[in-house]
Design a protein around this ligand. Structure first.
Ligand SMILES: Cc1cc2nc3c(=O)[nH]c(=O)nc-3n(C[C@H](O)[C@H](O)[C@H](O)COP(=O)(O)OP(=O)(O)OC[C@H]3O[C@@H](n4cnc5c(N)ncnc54)[C@H](O)[C@@H]3O)c2cc1C
Length: 393
């Protein structure tokens, strides 16, 4: 593998770093660095800044409005922005549905939907999971019955992140209940303002409102909103999940997390403590190994290979390391982690310069880090993939 950055990569890294230093608003950076919850406006404001720079969809091909970044440039962009304390670039439009539309959609769909993603004007959410279809996604039951030019949709989607903020949902629906599970699914784009849709909040373990259950009751969706062929949605769904995993090891965030723990330990006089040093050294090695594994995958992808089980390794290790580090951060806080009141954080969600209780965000992050080992294909499922495809078990 060739892990050396090219001169262009180095130049691009400097450009992204400089851009973040100059354009990432302090109020947003402070919230992210303190792991405090962000409001819709925080995400949108940063994404508007990126959209103006033409960097919302940098990795998209130029013909669809992207910059045609190489996988290496996409990685550098993600590492630098997250290390700088930028919000997570919401993936639903740009990383998920956008590539599905420009790869499998009609010309009319490309013209209609891609501009709203590039300009950050349309907020998308992902309607895959259902109450009895998570890991076993092909069991999904939300039904779409064709009546002339429309599908009539009934059913519900669950764990729909940010649906309460979204304008549109891309959903997997069952169009042929008599076919084999994977063969009777279609991929629909649904306007969340359509009559018959209700969105109910689900509070997560941190006490905050990230996700929802979305109910469809006789929702009429024009047939022209179907991407690709009827009953071929599973192909597009899998294509999308491949995109979901490639950048799933957040190396920039992991590095930032290491620094945060070191800072906490210094404030608490723990840096000479042998147990602290031992655990810290372990995490430093883990993050370095994660970075090199990521670079190895990038090197293969740049060499023309498509990511296979290696993407599962990244998802598995990236999420496990961040989860363990968030636990370590809470251990370093010790008894200071006990008084946790999410309501306080919510009430003051937009008071950027107020120092709340200082370290509460660390507990929020610890609780939130339960999630990445579940979403995007749980870690047990990733282990199955590695066992089968890499180890041949
Ligand atoms: C924070 C968060 C945000 C999410 N956002 C969205 C979203 O926006 N849109 C969306 O559609 N979905 C979303 N999800 C849902 C996510 O994709 C599912 O939770 C995930 O696919 C797991 O499905 P499940 O929750 O139904 O668990 P289940 O599939 O019921 O799994 C339960 C447990 O059993 C294990 N298990 C299941 N099958 C196997 C097997 N064959 N072998 C070994 N172990 C197995 C799982 O790993 C897990 O530990 C989100 C989830 C989280 C946590």
């Amino acid at each position: 593998m060739d892990a050396a950055w090219t001169a262009e990569d180095e130049q691009f890294r400097r450009e992204v770093r400089q851009f973040c230093a100059e354009h990432l608003p302090d109020s947003i950076r402070e919230k992210v660095l303190a792991s405090r919850p962000l409001a819709r406006d925080d995400y949108m404001r940063w994404q508007d800044i990126l959209a103006k720079r033409g960097w919302i969809a940098g990795f998209w091909p130029k013909e669809y409005g992207g910059c045609g970044w190489t996988p290496t440039q996409s990685y550098i962009f993600q590492e630098e922005t997250s290390y700088a304390g930028a919000p997570w670039l919401l993936p639903f439009g740009v990383n998920y549905v956008g590539p599905v539309i420009y790869t499998f959609g009609s010309e009319a769909q490309k013209r209609r939907y891609l501009p709203g993603i590039l300009s950050n004007e349309v907020f998308w959410c992902q309607g895959y999971s259902e109450p009895n279809a998570g890991s076993d996604l092909a069991r999904l039951k939300t039904r779409a019955v064709r009546e002339g030019d429309v599908y009539v949709v009934n059913g519900s989607k669950i764990w729909t992140t940010m649906a309460h903020w979204a304008d549109w949902i891309f959903a997997l629906v069952r169009t042929d209940p008599s076919a084999k599970p994977q063969e009777g699914i279609s991929f629909l784009l649904i306007d969340l303002k359509s009559p018959g849709i209700t969105i109910e909040p689900i509070k997560s373990i941190d006490g905050l409102h990230h996700f929802n259950q979305v109910f469809f009751s006789d929702v009429r969706v024009p047939v022209e909103n179907r991407v690709g062929e009827e009953n071929k949605g599973w192909t597009y769904a899998k294509f999308l999940l491949g995109h979901e995993r490639v950048l799933s090891a957040e190396v920039g965030k992991a590095k930032r997390c290491l620094e945060r723990i070191q800072q906490l330990a210094r404030e608490r006089g723990l840096t000479a403590n042998a147990r602290y040093r031992d655990r810290m050294a372990g995490f430093e090695i883990d993050v370095l190994a994660l970075e090199w594994t990521t670079l190895r995958l990038l090197s293969a992808v740049m060499g023309g290979q498509s990511p296979g089980y290696e993407a599962s390794i990244l998802k598995l290790r990236g999420s496990t390391i961040l989860q363990a580090m968030s636990e370590f951060a809470v251990d370093v806080l010790s008894a200071d982690a006990l008084p946790y009141q999410p309501e306080l954080m919510l009430d003051r969600i937009n008071v950027a310069d107020e120092e709340l209780t200082g370290t509460m965000g660390i507990v929020t992050e610890f609780l939130f880090q339960r999630a990445p080992t579940i979403w995007g294909g749980s870690n047990e499922i990733q282990r199955n993939i590695i066992a089968k495809h890499a180890l041949g078990l």
